[in-house]
Ligand binder design. Structure first.
Ligand code: F6P
Length: 359
């Protein structure tokens, strides 16, 4: 193996740069030239590919910019949600652009990994995926790159919102990203000290949501309870918008002790920022094992972050195991439709704490 390419695709996630850096450094250390594709699959179709290693005598070195990007959010290669790559013709052009390469590393979420699977199965191309998405909705991996930083950002934002909320005895509905997955809302609720959590997978009607929020606000601001702030974390995927929810709740609370409910949408703020230790470490180790997998001759697989000693094809890193991209796609679909054991476990966990959040 002498030339590999790496790309980032879909929603960016903090820690993508750590994964790119690991691929480049490990490649350079093994004498493999590494090239970066600019702008995800769109850039691949357009052959926008540049070297990320350079020669010094008989050695290969990583571009300094790659090294420096370790602590930066976003992705130094740029990303896209490519419509052209969804078509077989786009994928054929992408495969053509990779004719001189021995393999491709794709860093991204479900859509990007599905693209990697299509490329690996339709063309003679060795492709390895690395899971990266703040939504943590990728099958076979307990963690995707970016999740930890996003959760830290949410907790920090909620703590700041709580400061001002307490000063005015207010309730806040804080909307966090996750169009299809409620993971960020569920996982941040306890750490942020939320009084309630709302996410798509609960399957509640708009009326049930409004009633539950009104009840939490009334109970929390009851003079015997004496709370000074109420915090409700809501996932983006809940169809009722944060502003509509707050308007309805305020209408129903009219006259209740001058209490007011406000909405804030954290949105893309959650996707940015310098990656946490965890995301740098996981990104680095997955990047290393992705390169190992390619040099082992593997293709159509994803490197996953797992508890040690579970099933999967072992790698030299006890936390990293490889899974076929076909299985990843199946498990990801099961996470989203609620049939996966992992999702059922997450739901049971949140149901156990839900009753005490508001206390
Ligand atoms: O990366 C996943 C995600 O953050 C979702 O939670 C969110 O709904 C979506 O991306 C937003 O993507 P875009 O920035 O492309 O609108």
């Amino acid at each position: 193996m002498s030339r590999v390419a790496v790309l980032t695709s879909g929603g960016d996630a903090p820690g993508m740069n750590a994964a790119i850096r690991a691929v480049v450094k490990v490649g350079a250390g093994r004498g493999v030239e590494v090239f970066g594709v600019e702008g995800g699959y769109d850039g691949l179709i357009e052959s926008r590919i540049r070297p990320l290693t350079y020669s010094v005598g008989d050695r290969l070195m990583p571009e300094r910019a790659v090294d420096l990007a370790l602590g930066e959010g976003g992705t130094l290669l740029g990303s896209s949600r490519s419509a052209a790559f969804m078509e077989a013709e786009g994928r054929a052009r992408a495969a053509g652009a990779l004719a001189d390469f021995d393999g491709l590393v794709v860093i991204g979420g479900n859509g990007s990994l599905a693209g990697a699977h299509a490329l690996a199965t339709e063309h003679e191309m060795r492709v390895i995926g690395i899971p990266a998405s703040i939504d943590n909705d990728i099958g076979c991996t307990s963690l995707a790159i970016g999740v930890d930083t996003a959760l830290n950002t949410i907790v920090d934002a909620c703590s700041k919102i709580s400061d001002t909320a307490r000063a005015h005895r207010r309730a806040f509905v804080v909307e966090v990203m996750g169009r299809q997955s409620g993971y960020l809302a569920m996982a941040s609720a306890v750490a942020a000290g939320a009084d309630a959590v709302l996410f798509r997978e609960q399957g509640r009607s708009a009326e049930a949501i409004i009633e539950s929020v009104e009840a939490v606000v009334r109970e929390s601001f009851d003079s015997d309870v004496g709370k000074r702030r109420v915090l409700i974390i809501k996932a983006e995927g809940v169809l009722l918008s944060a502003t509509d929810l707050v308007r309805e709740v305020n209408d129903r609370l009219a006259g209740f002790g001058g209490v007011e409910t406000r909405a804030i949408v954290l949105g893309h703020l959650i996707r940015g920022g310098s990656p946490s230790y965890m995301d740098r470490m996981v990104g680095g180790r997955l990047g290393l094992m992705a390169l190992h997998a390619l040099s082992d001759g593997a293709t159509d697989e994803m490197v996953a972050w797992r508890p040690p000693l579970e099933d999967g094809i072992e790698t030299p890193d006890s936390r990293v195991q490889r899974f076929s991209l076909g299985r990843v796609a199946e498990e990801s679909a099961a996470l989203l439709d609620g049939s996966s054991r992992v999702m059922q476990r997450r739901m049971r966990m949140i149901e156990t704490v839900e009753g005490v959040l508001a206390l």
